[in-house]
Design a protein around this ligand. Sequence first.
Ligand SMILES: CC(C)(COP(=O)(O)OP(=O)(O)OC[C@H]1O[C@@H](n2cnc3c(N)ncnc32)[C@H](O)[C@@H]1OP(=O)(O)O)[C@@H](O)C(=O)NCCC(=O)NCCS
Length: 170
Amino acid sequence: MKGKRFKEQILQPSASRLGPCAVIVRPMTGADLVVVQAIESENPASWSGGQLASELEQESGWQFVAEAGSGLVCGFVCGRSCVGEGELLKIAVGREHRRQGIAAQLVAHTLRYLAAQGVARCFLELRAANLPALALYERFGFRRVGLRKNYYTSPVEDAILMEKIIPALH
Ligand SMILES: CC(C)(COP(=O)(O)OP(=O)(O)OC[C@H]1O[C@@H](n2cnc3c(N)ncnc32)[C@H](O)[C@@H]1OP(=O)(O)O)[C@@H](O)C(=O)NCCC(=O)NCCS
């Protein structure tokens, strides 16, 4: 998505924010893939259904969906972990469900899951103009640890690398 569009989203009045939406966050299954792919396809550089399905096969992978009371899947997150480090690969919420706290619930669940797995730090990367995602990650204590110049294509754009140290569970 181009920077201008992100900025338009950022500037939306707070009236568009409906407050936390009641969802449950649960593991993604193969039965969720059609809806997850539909959500993913709304975004630039979206993964194919095949790529999403192959994540479900990853031994080191984790995938969660946010499901509304109606049973509708309205967002998802996925990533991988290896030797104490995690990487958040994808997070997306359906356009009509954004700004209702759903991504926040997905990230909170992911961080609890990673902590329980003994993962000590989580990395991610995002387009520099993706201000909604940047605000989301900063809200959860991710900090910038690097910049990859012109990393993305269509459009060409820098990638911001972020890291969060995950406190150990006692
Ligand atoms: C980024 C994305 C996942 C956020 O989902 P969401 O459910 O709308 O986010 P939430 O409602 O849970 O918001 C949580 C926090 O994120 C930030 N945020 C989310 N959308 C924002 C926006 N449009 N403008 C500014 N901040 C935003 C805020 O800090 C917000 O906290 P607040 O409500 O207390 O202000 C969603 O916009 C999306 O799916 N975008 C397309 C896919 C994408 O860019 N994924 C990230 C790739 S790295």
